[in-house]
Ligand binder design. Structure first.
Ligand code: MN
Ligand code: MN
Length: 253
């Protein structure tokens, strides 16, 4: 059950309203990485969660995100307010000014309506937790950019709070994933095909005009990796040389 307390989670003070910045703030209201998307993603994951402890976590953070939606919506409303009367202010976001009356609307900063397609809900707890860690990272970086484009100290202060909470959530989701005790890279029940799972395909080759140098790192060397040279060319060479077996993807099907 939800209960609304008529008080913001964090006090919002706006010195000089900036309608153009109010429009940017809508990205965190009705955008892909915004607070409504976060609130609904975690709450619906929680609704579907069979693990009572992690369900509690998902519902706690989902509910906190609703409080963030209220903060960022209040911030946007305060910055958009001049649009109610000033034609110059209205020009910074005609959709919000004309259709929305200068209030927060459920769109992103470009006026694209919010969509449930933003939500990542798979019904597999560890997969959902990974999605949530990535979602928090995206929300954090969007807040950071908003802070960098903001001149108003009161607004910056509220955004700093919201940005910090995203890292707090990221920590909770990361520790929750860890607490499941799953082996690294183990997703679902069906094991991946041995050998194939340890092959790195060097699918971009050449230097200079033909491509970049081949970079090597822990993503393709050590850690049990087998570095497979240009599987596509391997198939061509195999075709040219009669029936020779190329080290290609098809060889393992
Ligand atoms: Mn949030
Ligand atoms: Mn969050």
């Amino acid at each position: 059950m939800y209960h609304h307390v008529k008080r913001l989670m964090y006090t919002v003070n706006v010195g000089t309203p900036e309608p153009r910045f109010g429009n940017m703030l809508l990205e965190q209201f009705g955008g892909a990485n915004g607070e409504l998307a976060a609130a609904l993603q975690y709450s619906i994951q929680g609704l579907n969660c069979d693990d009572p402890d992690r369900q509690d976590l998902l519902m706690d953070i989902g509910t906190e995100e609703l409080s963030h939606l209220e903060i960022v919506g209040t911030l946007a409303r305060m910055h958009l307010k001049p649009m109610k009367k000033s034609a110059t202010a209205a020009e910074s976001d005609p959709l919000v000014a004309i259709a929305g009356g200068g209030g927060a609307t459920l769109c992103n900063s470009m006026g694209t309506p919010w969509t449930a397609d933003y939500l990542k809900i798979t019904g597999e707890l560890d997969v959902d937790l990974r999605s949530n860690i990535a979602a928090e990272a995206r929300a954090k970086i969007v807040y950071e950019r908003l802070i960098n484009f903001c001149d108003d100290p009161g607004t910056k202060d509220a955004l700093q709070f919201l940005m910090t909470r995203e890292i707090a959530h990221m920590k909770s989701f990361a520790f929750a994933l860890d607490s499941l005790g799953k082996k690294p890279f183990s997703i679902g029940q069906i094991p991946p095909t041995p050998e194939l799972v340890d092959q790195y395909f060097n699918d971009s080759t050449g230097v200079g005009d033909h491509g970049e140098r081949d970079a090597r790192g822990p993503w393709n060397s050590g850690n049990g990796w087998e570095f497979v040279e240009a599987p596509a060319f391997g198939e061509i060479r195999a075709g040219e040389g009669g029936r020779a077996e190329g080290k290609s993807r098809s060889a393992h099907r």
